[in-house]
Design a protein around this ligand. Sequence first.
Ligand SMILES: Cc1cc2nc3c(=O)[nH]c(=O)nc-3n(C[C@H](O)[C@H](O)[C@H](O)COP(=O)(O)O)c2cc1C
Length: 203
Amino acid sequence: MTNITDLRAFLRSRRSIRRFKPDPVPDSTIQEILHTATFAPSAHNRQPWRFVALTDSPFKAKLTDAMEAEFKRDLENDNLPPAEIQKRIMRSRERISGAPLVIVLCVDMTDMDKYPDTRRKKAEYIMATQSAAHAGMQLLLAAHAEGLGGVWVCGPMFAQEAVQSALELPKVWEPQAMLLIGYPAETPPPRGRKKIEEVALFK
Ligand SMILES: Cc1cc2nc3c(=O)[nH]c(=O)nc-3n(C[C@H](O)[C@H](O)[C@H](O)COP(=O)(O)O)c2cc1C
């Protein structure tokens, strides 16, 4: 059993990694990190998280194309200069294609409670997405434990239908994020953190 000091250091040493070595992530490791992710807490233990793991499948390219089209449209609507649009699109494309493993994190409301009123419906939906986010975080830590690096990317939130259709997902699988994962090719310094006094009240 890891001692508490090592565990604290481990939890605090996770970084968002955005540049990866080309080495593939072994299938057995993908299974392990997905399995660990499913030990996250979830509202009513309904486990509304769903994962789509993409390695070198043609679906990875389809995902990139679908997200790119949506991203381009949004940037054009923002009236960004074409050169800037092109730059941002290329960066996004390179990021995804440079990740040996892409995991699209989805939420599925099927097993969640049903309510007739908007207030409780909204709360239940938020609880489902919170649960999925816990699984995403646990997955990033599980990847870190395997010597992998990863980053949470919110792009699919802005292109939910496009991602769903590009990956031919069940209609009830709603994309929430994608996790880019691989063996780290960078060691970024820790990003600043707000002081505990700024983010916590002790009463
Ligand atoms: C909900 C959420 C959305 C994020 N979206 C992106 C993203 O689209 N692109 C990206 O490069 N990083 C994204 N990140 C990673 C954050 O930028 C990163 O966690 C933050 O800067 C702190 O750095 P650290 O993870 O290395 O501690 C996201 C993180 C979260 C939790």
